[in-house]
Design a protein around this ligand. Structure first.
Ligand SMILES: [Mg+2]
Length: 212
């Protein structure tokens, strides 16, 4: 029997426009302003450094505050959030599906995103109320990506067997192969409908659960 349903966050519940703006617009903009240079130069330097530290900064890599400090900027996470918070969006089917499923299952988030990003996204429309617990691979496990260790921890925390957990997300490797490798049922969701997936909406996933 299924007891817990685990959701990926980005491109599953919320789109990634907000993240794009933080990483590719707001941080380079702050870098440009504070270093008195034009945006294009700042963008080139900032994104080059993102690439340089990929795989070296572990969980920190996904932390905007780490980068602001790394670049020696005075701008804070709160400054960035204030500018682009209104760009956080959930897909249309998210609230009705979570409302329904939260009455039948414990719901959790298992995301690569850093804790502050998760909190900001779950605060919108108070969707945090639907979740019993959230797991950030970067903040809680110091990992670049969610690996089996994160899902093992979920099983341990909820004292459940792998077959009592379902995970859904948009990444073939980390949302599907990884959880399946430890016996957890996992489904691929593709919101853009541009590749073969198990589901193309959360509503269709809910209908699958209804039929179980
Ligand atoms: Mg995702």
């Amino acid at each position: 029997m299924i007891k817990v349903i685990s959701f990926d966050l980005d491109d599953t519940l919320s789109d990634s426009q907000f993240d794009e703006l933080i990483w590719r617009t707001e941080i380079p903009k702050a870098y440009a302003e504070e270093n008195h240079m034009d945006f294009d130069c700042a963008y080139a330097e900032v994104t080059k450094e993102y690439k340089n530290l990929w795989g070296k900064a572990q969980g920190n890599w996904r932390d905007a505050s780490f980068w602001l400090k790394h670049f020696g900027l005075k701008t804070t996470w709160e400054d960035l959030l204030g500018k682009v918070q209104h760009e956080i969006k959930h897909f249309d089917d998210v609230i009705p599906v979570l409302e329904n499923l939260s009455k039948r299952f414990k719901l959790i988030i298992v995301s690569n995103a850093e804790r502050k990003f998760i909190d900001a996204k779950l605060k919108l429309n108070h969707i945090d109320k639907f979740f019993t617990k959230t797991y950030s691979a970067s903040s809680d496990f110091n990992l670049k990506k969610k690996d089996a260790e994160v899902f093992q921890q979920v099983l341990k925390d909820f004292k459940i067997k792998p077959e009592e957990l379902i995970h859904i997300g948009d990444d073939e490797e980390y949302d599907v192969k990884v959880p399946r490798s430890i016996g957890v049922q996992a489904f691929l969701l593709c919101r853009k409908k541009d590749k073969k997936a198990d589901f193309y909406s959360l509503e269709a996933f809910k209908q699958h659960l209804d039929a179980l």
